[in-house]
Design a protein around this ligand. Structure first.
Ligand SMILES: NC(=O)c1ccc[n+]([C@@H]2O[C@H](COP(=O)([O-])OP(=O)(O)OC[C@H]3O[C@@H](n4cnc5c(N)ncnc54)[C@H](OP(=O)(O)O)[C@@H]3O)[C@@H](O)[C@H]2O)c1
Length: 293
């Protein structure tokens, strides 16, 4: 048995993997042993729908998945950015289709489902990535109830509606993978992010409940608790420029790894330790929350 720090770390990662969990370090997923060939095998020829693909993590993941041979369906509101992305992917020899959809409008999501199923027949992998974040103290939201409604509409209801639309064909085909781009906030419950955190936690909880219902139908839900990533979403918060964060490329690798591993959880190690410490002592979590940013 290898008792060096590296050996112990390897065995922790291996054990976590065997329980359906993938740990993330500050440089991305820890089990990169999956290798580039594994993504081609897992994603090649698959129909992969990525929401929020016009920028950030969704865009970077769509490019990598298309390069691995997936037919990528990219969804967002910014039609021009989606068209540009489709051209970029096509130029590189990949296949992509753009679907404009404002996901805060449930009717547009239903129309998207119909179009996608008519044209592609099914979706193998759904990446629920479109999202928005709000960082504001509750006392400043007293007259702004929409600070809680807006993240719920996009981060929770939209993802649920789209998943509900695609789930029946996944169950029928006994094959499907739903990857939720959640956040480590859903574990750490940071101060000032109550609306955002609640919406991500709701999607994780909903997915876990449904997982129990489709366990024997070949459908897997993965909750990716993404740590901080340098994307347009965090640009307005100056403080984040000084904090460690994954690059968009590293975050896209995290998503691609989830496609390969079909892990139930992808979790930053630091968040796992913090959540464990809080389960033993809630006061510890409160102390961190009060004193962190
Ligand atoms: N960046 C981070 O540090 C971080 C950390 C943890 C989790 N996450 C999660 O990662 C996901 C991606 O975030 P990101 O950082 O890549 O942010 P981003 O660059 O701001 O991308 C957000 C995406 O969502 C789309 N979107 C926003 N509103 C929409 C709507 N109403 N209908 C359809 N699409 C909509 C945007 O496209 P359009 O504007 O063109 O519609 C864009 O493509 C989010 O769910 C976020 O919560 C991010």
């Amino acid at each position: 048995m290898d008792l060096s720090a590296r050996g112990i770390a390897k065995s922790v990662v291996k054990r976590a993997n065997s329980f359906g969990a993938t740990p993330i370090s500050s440089r991305g997923v820890l089990n990169r042993a999956l290798g580039p060939g594994a993504l081609k095998k897992a994603a090649g020829g698959k129909v992969v729908l990525v929401t929020g693909a016009s920028t950030g993590i969704g865009r970077a993941a769509a490019v990598k998945l298309a390069a691995a041979g997936a037919q990528v369906l990219v969804v967002a509101r910014s039609e021009d950015l989606l068209t540009e992305l489709v051209h970029e992917i096509t130029r590189e020899g990949g296949t992509a289709f753009a679907y404009r959809c404002d996901m805060t409008d449930l009717e547009q999501i239903d129309a998207l489902v119909s179009k996608v199923l008519d044209r592609h027949g099914h979706v193998d992998v759904l990446v629920n990535n479109a999202g928005m974040s709000i960082r504001r103290k509750v006392r400043h939201s007293v007259d702004r109830f929409h600070d809680f409604e807006r993240p719920m509409h996009l981060n929770y209801f939209a993802a649920v509606r789209l998943t509900m639309g695609l789930l029946p064909t996944m169950v029928e085909r006994e094959n499907g993978h739903v990857i939720n781009i959640s956040s480590w906030a859903a574990m750490l419950h940071p101060a000032r992010f109550s609306g955002y955190t609640a919406s991500k936690a709701a999607l994780e909880a909903w997915s876990d409940c449904v997982q129990g219902e489709v366990l024997d139908d070949g459908v897997v839900f993965t909750n990716v608790r993404m740590p901080l990533v340098r994307t347009p979403m965090i640009t307005p918060t100056k403080l984040y420029s000084r904090m460690p964060a994954l690059s968009m490329d590293q975050a896209a690798d995290v998503v691609c790894d989830a496609v390969v591993s079909r892990s139930r959880r992808v979790t930053p190690l630091v968040a796992a330790w913090a959540a464990f410490a809080e389960s033993v002592s809630p006061g510890f979590g409160d102390y961190l929350r009060k004193n962190a940013i």
